[in-house]
Design a protein around this ligand. Structure first.
Ligand code: TIU
Length: 228
């Protein structure tokens, strides 16, 4: 039987013979990529995350072209903060906290301007948006239910930030039995060293958490893949 493989580390990643692959785009919301949101409130230079936008756009275009499922996530809290643990609310020493009024609305609150996915990656109506109160996309969300309903077994993971929401989600997915591939140039961190360390730690020990691959290798494999 011919296998469809993506050139990856620590070894080639097999595209599913059975089951499906989905694209997971983590938290590409204004909060983390534009000035005036949560990322900046935490003291970060948000501009450095923007380099991955064209890569994620290209992957998104291939998934849409091949009619493969796409999931977007947003980190955010209810207006009354009832889903925000006190520990998360009081954490940090920045001038603004979750729920405070910033230049893009209330910080990290669902529905506010800062909480919207950036225009460049605007979801289509048939793409599911998972809002999440934590760093991981499985905690207190319906993500797993959606994946199971759609027989998705493989996840291609992109978004921000690599060592926080992306890595947490990848670890959660790995423990739930998903074959996870982290897109090297489709994820970014405020700290280059943390991104590099994350790539290395997930693929160490024979792929203890999963694989990493460059978008060009992923796109060429997906384009030639007969999804049946
Ligand atoms: N602070 C930071 O790097 N990230 C977050 O708070 N959330 C996400 O990673 N989405």
């Amino acid at each position: 039987m011919m296998m469809d493989l993506i050139q990856a580390q620590p070894y080639p990643y097999e595209l599913p013979q059975q089951g499906k692959i989905a694209l997971l785009i983590i938290d590409m919301q204004r909060d983390f990529l534009e000035s005036g949101g949560f990322g900046e409130a935490l003291g970060n230079d948000v501009s450095r995350l923007r380099v991955i936008i064209p890569t994620v756009q290209k992957l998104l275009a291939v998934f849409r072209e091949k009619n493969l499922p796409v999931f977007h996530t947003i980190e955010g809290h209810k207006t009354d903060l009832s889903d925000c643990p006190p520990a998360k609310l009081k954490r940090g020493q920045g001038s603004q906290k979750i729920g405070d009024l910033g230049t893009m609305g209330r910080i990290l609150i669902l529905g506010e301007k800062g909480n919207q996915i950036i225009d460049e990656l605007k979801p289509l109506n048939n793409e599911i948006i998972i809002t999440k109160p934590g760093k991981g996309a499985f905690y207190a969300t319906s993500l797993q239910e959606h994946l199971q309903n759609q027989q998705i077994t493989h996840l291609m993971i992109t978004g921000v930030t690599t060592e926080v929401c992306v890595q947490t989600t990848m670890r959660e997915a790995n423990d739930r039995g998903y074959e996870c591939l982290l897109v090297e140039d489709g994820t970014e961190s405020y700290f280059p060293f943390f991104k590099q360390a994350t790539l290395e730690m997930v693929r160490a020990q024979g792929g203890i958490v999963g694989w990493t691959a460059h978008s060009t290798d992923i796109i060429s494999a997906l384009k030639g893949w007969n999804t049946g």
